[in-house]
Design a binder for this molecule. Structure first.
Ligand code: HEC
Length: 148
């Protein structure tokens, strides 16, 4: 009896391991980056309006930065965020910006603004909107443009 239970547990453990392996493989093959089309053009349009209202006074109309407010486009910005995720940038904006009223924007507005920032950085638009929460956007990597 004892032996059978142990045997059963062993089989269960092996099955769980195999399943875990399958999940890891799937996560890797389905990994998305900002180059896979992770926002919609319509969302970026809304984001442009919200950016003008909430961000442009400090970061500039062209996102080029003013004084201490850094640029949100170009090499320096992309370098700062290299190998992070859309989720990381989402929480940075959601929790610390606008600097004058952190946390005042809804998740949807933050996602719209992030879509506009992505568009300004020449990331391609796609068919699905950027999701309005940190965990949902965590799987979207910010990486340099893949070759080819
Ligand atoms: C009152 C001025 C002000 C406003 C308004 C403002 N920011 Fe900022 N922002 C700053 C300053 C100053 C910094 C750098 C210091 C810091 O990180 O707090 C910054 C930093 C950032 C960073 C980090 C950039 C990097 O490369 O690390 C992001 C992203 C950002 N802001 C996005 C936004 C967005 C999006 C909005 C509008 C929702 C916004 N900010 C509104 C002043 C502002």
């Amino acid at each position: 009896m004892d032996g059978m239970i142990r045997h059963g547990l062993w089989i269960f453990g092996a099955a769980a391991l195999a399943l875990g392996g399958a999940v890891v493989v799937r996560a890797q093959t389905s990994e998305r980056s900002v180059w896979s089309g992770v926002y919609t053009a319509e969302q970026a349009e809304r984001g442009k309006v919200a950016y003008a209202e909430n961000c442009a006074a400090c970061h500039g109309d062209t996102l080029a930065g003013i004084d201490v407010a850094p640029a949100l486009v170009g090499g320096g910005f992309l370098n700062n965020w290299n190998n992070t995720s859309a989720g990381d940038l989402f929480s940075r904006i959601k929790t610390t910006m606008p600097l004058s009223a952190p946390g005042s924007l809804s998740g949807r507005t933050v996602a719209d603004i992030e879509a506009y920032v992505f568009q300004a950085n020449a990331f391609p638009a796609g068919t699905l909107p950027l999701p309005p929460s940190q965990p949902m956007a965590a799987g979207i990597k910010i990486v340099p443009k893949p070759a080819g």
